[in-house]
Write a protein that binds this ligand. Structure first.
Ligand code: SP5
Ligand code: ZN
Length: 331
């Protein structure tokens, strides 16, 4: 299996502010290094670094003012918002403080030095991996930073550019008419939902912790079904705390049935391994063996599949979670 890996991701590292306290960020550079070395030791994976994708592709996914903000950003020290936009005006503010609260929706997602080159490379991993589906049934984008919380115009949840959404738009440009994105990260994929909410060409399905209990709090409910011609093409499965392998596979089977009915030409899996029972910030109870069963069930659909890395914060076992999930896709 081909794996696209970002070379410069380590330049992005910071802390997060949680309830007014400064804490070490869960989303750190060690994460992808753990996954990479575990896959390398196992064998069967070919690592490549991506060619940087065209900025135009990213502008198709995100608002131009937001992307220009990231491109021109020159943050010497890690920066966070202090005041959020409390109006419904969409007019880019001038002051540095107001811009942060306009383009970043939480205090977990630091604006760091070199941010643009790092997020561009992460998105490029997803685009290059999407291209390799032309000659491989499955490919894996080992993206960092992750992407599924990034909306059209805001960063959040450790995400800046929505890597999976950029790849989906790239595949639509190349002629695909129906793409399904299944998000199995612990957290609701609010960004992906936002980007494709009015589209019937991209079916977005997310299985996640009930947002009444967990981040991103304000979206991920069952009654969010899409809008306009996209109505019916967004599906959310909010779940209670403590979900185990059996319960998860039951919900996954339902989701896969709906995906199959849609008859997608390509399936994108936003894979987060923060559903793992020993994840430090989450509360599901999946096992390493469970990830293999999840991978097997998805691989049995026999749809060309792009796996895009999202969350997962247990550094010790993260590599084995990813390997276990990917194993059923190895030829
Ligand atoms: C991609 C992804 O999984 N994003 C998840 C963002 C959720 N962040 C919530 C973090 C709040 C808890 N922080 C505790 C500090 C421990 N370092
Ligand atoms: Zn997550």
């Amino acid at each position: 299996m081909i794996v696209y890996y970002p070379e410069k991701h380590y330049k992005h590292a910071g802390f997060e502010l949680y309830n007014g306290e400064k804490t070490q960020s869960s989303e750190n550079p060690i994460r992808v290094e753990r996954i990479k070395s575990t896959l390398e030791n196992h064998g069967g994976f070919t690592f490549k670094t991506p060619a940087l994708c065209n900025k135009k592709l990213i502008l198709q996914t995100h608002e131009s003012s937001y992307i220009e903000y990231l491109v021109n950003g020159n943050w010497e020290e890690t920066a966070f918002p202090s005041v959020w936009n409390y109006t419904d005006k969409r007019q880019v503010p001038i002051h540095a403080i107001s811009q942060k609260g306009y383009f970043v929706f939480d205090t977990y997602t630091p604006l760091t030095k070199n941010l643009w080159e790092v997020v561009l490379e992460s998105a490029s991993c997803a685009v290059s991996a999407a291209d390799s589906l032309a000659f491989e049934p499955t490919s894996y984008a080992l993206c960092r930073p992750p992407g599924h919380h990034a909306t059209k115009s805001m960063a959040g949840g450790y995400c800046y550019v929505n890597n999976a959404a950029v790849a989906a738009n790239h595949l639509l440009n190349k002629g695909a008419k129906r793409i399904a994105i299944l998000d199995i990260d612990f957290h609701h994929s609010n960004g992906t939902q936002d980007i494709f909410y009015n589209s019937r060409h991209v079916l977005t399905v997310s299985i996640h912790a009930d947002p009444a209990r967990k981040f991103p709090y304000y979206s991920g409910y069952e009654d969010e079904k899409g809008i306009g011609e996209g109505f019916g093409y967004n599906i959310n499965y909010p779940l209670d705390k403590g979900v185990d392998d059996e319960k998860y596979l039951e919900v996954l089977s339902k989701a896969l049935l709906q995906i199959n009915q849609y008859k997608p030409e390509i399936l994108i899996i936003c894979a987060g391994f923060d559903t793992y029972k020993k994840d430090p910030i989450c509360d599901f109870s999946l096992t390493i063996k469970g990830f293999e069963r999840i991978g097997k069930l998805i691989s049995k659909l026999h749809i060309p599949t792009l796996v895009v890395q999202e969350g997962g914060y247990n550094l010790e076992d993260l590599g084995n979670c990813a390997l276990s999930f990917l194993k059923p896709f190895l030829r």
